[in-house]
Design a protein around this ligand. Structure first.
Ligand code: FAD
Length: 446
């Protein structure tokens, strides 16, 4: 259901303000979508949810101007980066205006170890610029080529780099945010230090992020390696040992149980049938130490791409995180996924689930750093048959102490944290007093 408002008058006002407006229904349809289609449940629930109009502001003043109009006419607002989110995060639940931020892609500045840029810049573009100064983004989602900086902060959690630097939510991984409010007189607010958490991962309902300041990491020459194993637990133990090796610099360690590697078409020449695989991105200076570790766990290095070839040919990062699901779905679009936190019981629960479900729930784990320790969240692939069976699978995991951050819901309270952050609620009351920012994303009453 769309909130009625005078679309012609709105379009005219936007045009007078010099703001690009999209009224073509097909384009609006596309820009009202994200990758919630990975979930058959969300696909059904979000069918037909579409904005009335899309706008593309090019600068801060235009964001302020359009925010004022949306507030004056109480028009629902959904902010959009590249639309790669997985939970329908930027699907407008009640129509209104989609604000596409991709025109705002200026880099404000880059200093040693810090960068500031507009929210609509693509992560890969920002990374390319910072790398010219020998610094790079600490972590990126596997969608780094398309995803925007603002979308990653508002909707993402971590990714390639998280094995070294933890998640976005970890103190120090986000330095500053510039946010435009949806008050009667929209304001520009600068959040710094711990205050950034008021907007970090708020799914776009706590103000329009216009600029982001992030810490950078030294840009190492990165090599990419495929290691195969005959035995799944050996692959897992190898991954853990590599993640724990504090002297070795790494960016990515993903573990994939057979038959997942069958879906990695371009990697097939390097992976035998029935083999389990570790995909890793490692600083070239640490490569020599991988060989010994691989032997210890009876693995085999079957592919190595030197840093010199970085950016060319196969990019292993684009097989990890939710790209694994993307590759599997391109062969079989009935496949969906789970997001799981396993108990730290030395892999007993993981092994149990691996054996219990067999091919129905295929193990994909990523190593990350969490509060000084190494953890291995799962992004298992599920052969979907019905909603009841999916819920049964989720329940079985929960009964065995596995936390499921349900990717089959568009509600904040059912996702990663299972609740809405009290800090987010308090801040929302200030910056979005009329609850215009994609209302319906939270069951909390405002
Ligand atoms: C194949 C695949 C792989 C993925 N891998 C990862 C991964 O490795 N790690 C990870 O964390 N995520 C991953 N994701 C999810 C998604 O890619 C990330 O969350 C990504 O960072 C989103 O960026 P985006 O620009 O596409 O944001 P969008 O999808 O456009 O938006 C995401 C959320 O942020 C809000 N938002 C966007 N811009 C702004 C802004 N300027 N101000 C306020 N709110 C805003 C939107 O309203 C929405 O709620 C993956 C998704 C896919 C489909």
């Amino acid at each position: 259901m769309s909130t009625p408002f005078d679309l012609d008058a709105f379009t005219k006002t936007m045009t007078e303000m010099g703001i690009e407006v999209i009224t073509d229904t097909q384009q609006i349809g596309k820009l009202s979508q994200d990758y919630h289609t990975f979930s058959p449940i969300l696909t059904a629930k979000l069918a037909g949810k579409i904005a009335d109009v899309v706008v593309r502001p090019a600068n801060l003043q235009q964001v302020l101007n359009l925010a004022k109009i949306c507030v004056a006419y109480r028009i629902p607002v959904t902010v959009r980066g590249a639309g790669t989110g997985n939970y329908g995060q930027c699907v407008p639940l009640h129509g209104g205006v989609v604000i596409d931020m991709t025109k705002m892609q200026d880099v404000c500045w880059v200093k040693p170890g810090i960068a500031r840029a507009q929210a609509g810049i693509r992560l890969a573009a920002l990374d390319k610029i910072t790398r010219e100064t020998s610094w790079e983004l600490r972590m990126v989602p596997s969608t780094y080529r398309t995803a925007t900086l603002g979308g990653f902060i508002a909707g993402g959690s971590g990714g390639i780099g998280s094995v070294q630097y933890g998640l976005l939510r970890d103190r120090g991984n986000l330095l500053g945010l510039q946010v435009v409010t949806l008050e009667d007189e929209p304001r520009v607010i600068e959040l710094r230090g711990d205050d950034v958490q008021k907007v970090n991962h708020a799914w776009g309902i706590n103000g329009i992020i216009t600029e982001v300041e992030i810490p950078l990491a030294p840009a190492y020459p990165w090599a990419e390696v495929i290691i195969t194993f005959a035995d799944f637990l050996s692959a897992l133990r190898f991954g853990q040992k590599l993640a724990q090796a504090d002297g070795m610099v790494k960016k990515e360690i993903g573990v994939f149980a057979a038959p997942i590697p069958n879906y990695f078409t371009a990697l097939r020449p390097y992976i035998g049938d029935g083999q389990h695989v570790v995909l890793s991105i490692i600083a070239e200076s640490s490569l020599d130490f991988v060989t010994g570790l691989v032997q210890q766990y009876q693995g085999e290095i079957t592919y190595q791409k030197p840093a010199l070839a970085s950016g060319r040919g196969i990019n292993l990062g684009e097989y990890t995180w939710n790209h694994t699901t993307l590759h599997a779905r391109s062969s079989d679009n009935s496949i969906t996924y789970l997001q799981s936190i396993f108990p730290s019981d030395n892999f007993q629960t993981i092994e149990h689930m691996h054996n219990h479900f067999g091919d129905e729930v295929m193990m994909h784990l990523e190593f990350i750093r969490v509060e000084g320790n190494i953890a291995n969240p799962g992004l298992q692939l599920v052969r979907y048959t019905s909603e009841d069976r999916l819920n049964e699978i989720i329940r079985y995991h929960e009964q065995h102490g596995v936390f499921i951050a349900n990717p089959h819901s568009y509600l904040i309270e059912e996702g990663w944290k299972r609740s809405i952050d009290p800090e987010h609620i308090e801040f929302k009351r200030t910056v979005d007093p009329y609850n215009l920012m994609n209302p319906g994303k939270t069951i909390f009453g405002f």
